[in-house]
Design a protein around this ligand. Sequence first.
Ligand code: ATP
Ligand code: MG
Length: 554
Amino acid sequence: MSTNFIRQIIEQDLERNQTSGRVATRFPPEPNGYLHIGHAKSICLNFGLARDFEGQCHLRFDDTNPAKEDTEYVDSIIDTVRWLGFDWGAHLYYASDYFEHCYRYAESLIERGLAYVDSLPFEKIREYRGTLTTPGTNSPYRDRSVIDNLTLFRAMREGQYQDGEHVLRLKIDMASANMNLRDPIIYRIRHVSHWRTGNKWCIYPMYDYAHAISDALESITHSICTLEFEDHRPLYNWVVEHTDVPSQPHQYEFSRLNMTYTMMSKRKLLDLVTQGHVSGWNDPRMPTLVGLRRRGYTPQSIRLFCERIGVSKADSLIDVTVLEDCLREDLNDNAPRRVAILKPVKLIIDNYPEGQSEVCTAPNHPHHPEWGHRELHFTRELFVERDDFMTEPVKGFFRLFPGAEVRLRYAYVIRCTSFDTDPTTGEVTVIHADYLPDTKSGTPGADSVKVKGNIHWLSSTEAVRAEIRLFDRLFKDPNPGALDDYQQALNHDSLIVLKDALIEPALLTAENRESFQFERNGYFCVDEVDSKTTSPVFNRAVTLRDSWNTTKGK
Ligand code: ATP
Ligand code: MG
C-alpha cells in the first residue's frame, strides 16, 4: 500500500485524536450520468481509506438537481461501485433525505440575519457579483428584515412563486476576494418533480450548501473532493460553522484523473451516446466503468491502476497505456489461454492422411500447471491466421511462406509447399504444407528441427465460428477534452467487427465476461450484451504487450 498526502493527514489526525479515532469518508456521485474511470480514482481513494483505517465510507447520491437526474443512473452507480469491489454496508444515503434539515438550517440562518431572499433577476445577480478584479455590489434586497425574509422563504417553499422569481442567499461578503463568498445562492425555485421526493419540494438547495450539511449530518470526518472545489472550501467551512450541524467535517482536495485519448466530462460522454457515436454508455470504447467492464477490464485491474497513479495535488495527464498495462498484468496471471483465429485461412497438410486425427495437449496456463490442459485435435485440414502467411515474405518475416518451416503450436513442424488463389480476386484460399512426422511437441524429437516461427491453428473439424470485436482508441487526438470540437478528433475506425473468426470448442462454455488470453492475439472477454451460446461474441480488451516478440515466434 503506497502512501499519499491524504493518508498522512488522516494518520496525523488520528495521532492527535482530532476525530475521536474515527475515519468516515464518502463517495458522492451526482446521478446524472454513468461513472467513468475518473470516478474510480475517487472511489478507490475514499473506500480504500475507510478500509485501511477501519472506518467507513458512505455512498451518497448528490441528488440536488432534479432536472438532470435519473434512477437509471442510480442503479448503475450502485451496481458499478459494488462491481469494483467496495461495500458501504448500511451507509447508503441521498442528499434529498436531508432536504428538511437543509430547509430548517436555512430558516435559522435567516433568523440570525445570515441569509436573505433576493428578488433580483438572475442576470442582475450575476452582474452584481463583480469580477475577479472588481468587488461585487450589494443587492437592494440585501437588508430585508428577518420577518420579510422568513415570510418570503416560506412562501417560496409553498410554491407561491415562479422559477427564478426569488433565491435565498447567504449574507457573507460581496467584496470578498473569493467569489464563492459573495453572498452565494443556497436555494432556488424549481417547479420540477424529484425522482425521490416527488412534488414535495419546489425549492432545491444548491450543491455547496447541501453538500456541507450532508457531510456534517453523516459525521464525515474527511470530505475528499477534486481540486476545482479548493476555492469552495471557505464556503464549505462557513456553512459548517454557521449552522447548528452535529459535526465538523473537513474538506481536502486532490487532483482529478485526466487520461490521454480519453474524455471524462459526463456532459460530453452523454453527447457521444445521444449522437450515436457509440452504441451506448456501455460501449466498450467508452471510459465509463460499464464500458470498461464490457470491454474486459477487471475490477482488480482498475484498482491496481488507481493504486499505481497515486493521489496528489499536481495536475497530470496519465498515459492510457498505464491502464492497459494494469489489465495485462492482471490477465497475464489470471486468464486461461485459448486459441482463436481472427482472420482464418485454410491450411492443408497434404502428407497427413484424410480422416486421421490425433490429440495435442495445450496447457490452460503456462505458469499454472494445476489449471490443467485441454485437447486440440490435429487433422489434415486446419485453419491458421491469414496474417501468418505471405506469398512473398518481407525481410524479418519468419512465419508461413512457400519453403518456410514453422511450428504449429502443441503439434508438428510443417514445411509450406504451395498455395491456391481465387482466380478472380487473387486472394489466397488454401495454403499447402507437409508435416515433419518426428517433430511433435512433447516428444523426444520435437526439437530436432529448429524453426523461428511458432503459430497457432485450429482443426477444421472442431473450430467454431464466433464474432470477434477489435477496438482502437475512440479519439485520434491525445487530449480530446481540451479541443474546441472534440467531434473532429473522433476515430471512425475504432471498431472492427470480425464475423468469421474461429474459436476452439472449449470457449463455447465460457461465461459472460469471462476473460481469456487468445494466444498471440491479446486478451478477450465474452461480450456481456450480445454473446449467445449459439453465436458467441468476444471483445478484445487489450492486445498483448509483446506483439513484436510474437511476430518473431518467441
Ligand atoms: P462532471 O463534471 O463530468 O459532471 P463530476 O465531477 O461532477 O463530473 P460527480 O458525480 O459529481 O461528477 O463526481 C462524484 C465524485 O467523483 C466527486 O467527488 C468528484 O470529485 C469525483 N470525480 C469526478 N471526476 C473525477 C476525476 N476525473 N478524477 C477523480 N475524481 C473524480
Ligand atoms: Mg459534481
